[in-house]
Design a protein around this ligand. Sequence first.
Ligand code: HEC
Length: 469
Amino acid sequence: MIKRLILAVWEWIDDRLGISDLIGPSMSHLVPSDAKWWYVFGSATMLAFIVQVVTGVALAFSYVPSSSQAYDTLLFISNNAPFGRFLRGLHYFGASAMVLMIGAHMAQTFLFGAYKYPREMNWTTGVLLLGFTLAMGFTGQLLRWDQTAAWSVVIAAEQAGRVPFLGSWLARFILGGNTIGGATLSRFFAIHVFLIPAFLFGFIGLHLWLVLRHGISEPPTAGKPVDPKTYRKEYHDLLEKSGHPFFPDGAWRDFVFGAALILAIALLALIVGPPVIEKPPDPSLLDADPRPDWYLLWYFAVLSLIPAKTEGFVMILAPAFIGMLLLVVPILNNKGERAASRRPWAIAVVLLSVIMIGSLWIAGAQSPWSPNFNAMPLPESVVGVSGGPVHDGGVLFHDKSCLNCHLIAGLGGRRGPDLTYAGDRLTKDNIVLRIVNGGNNMPAFGSMLKPAELDALTAFLQSRKRPVR
Ligand code: HEC
């Protein structure tokens, strides 16, 4: 009785709205029956995106994008709001999952040659979706509005400022003015919740439409190259012969993998939790260790490791070059063998990318370029025991935080040059000028030191000489 009623209601609604006409064909369309576990990453990416939309909207209920309140509302969400910490965790690990799944999806479609005729535009729209996703990661990080977040954006703006010709305009565009402030936050918020999501929705729609239009690619067979003249007919025949309907025969793996992904995101959110909210942003605090979230860390590492003068070019040219390469590959190379065993260079490209990003990522995680805030006072073996300017200078070298950035006999930080043998290289004037005025990435200490302290530091550095034998 109730069943008949529900069925009748459903039939009434379906007749008026045409839901099954819309969904039905995409559910029942035939897919190659040997498309198995390798094919789950696309739907997993979309699932992660849905997690992001749902948790993002929920976060926006409590988040106030104003420079005076953002920090406090986030503390409130993390510490007081029911499930707030869990929610932030979901949003953070959802983002990580989305980036990872896109990576896996790209590697798989690339290795399977799935971007070849007629699916070139599936690849192109996918590359754009990758760009939008990374942009979401970058803009989202600033919304945390704590010290690390603010500094990362300041650094991005400074690096953008070094881009030839467009630099100052780019930097102003990123910051929404000359310095970081309320305007920056409003701008990042608008971009993060309105602009890029609009693009994401649009291009995901297009991407899915293309998937339906061309069908998912059959797993490649070595020795069966793609010929645009015959491919469509061959694909059609293959489906007629051995295809099965997407739902449920093809889709169950997507459900299983998707459920596992959601479970992993939820467990990480619950156990590890979201990134801690650090101190509120304060440009006068120097002991910030700005670094982007892990999926952008490797790029940060590139920019920090290459010589400062080339940064401006690399910063904009490298992504532009990689982007162009990714967009052009399928259009120029849309025929021929699909099987990875016949395209060894494709395997090499994927392996090299993974190794490169992996090692840069490790470099980024260790970040030798950022100050070492745990530097211990220099031992007596280095500074000597007796009083006197050299000894006092050695003590000051730690107390004035010089040691955080400079190495002395292997102790300290690596942000600035190793000063173990500074006395051999630098004159007294060199040293004094540098300490007073600072310079590339070294703060000026002129106003922070008493004359006697400056003398002691200088004496200490002058005494750093290679032992004479
Ligand atoms: C935030 C990190 C940082 C701190 C703190 C710092 N320095 Fe530096 N220092 C640097 C960097 C980076 C350079 C290299 C600047 C350049 O490339 O011109 C440098 C350069 C120098 C040089 C010149 C080295 C050379 O080989 O030319 C001297 C001398 C020096 N610092 C002394 C000091 C002293 C003394 C202190 C403490 C009062 C100090 N530094 C604090 C980062 C720092």
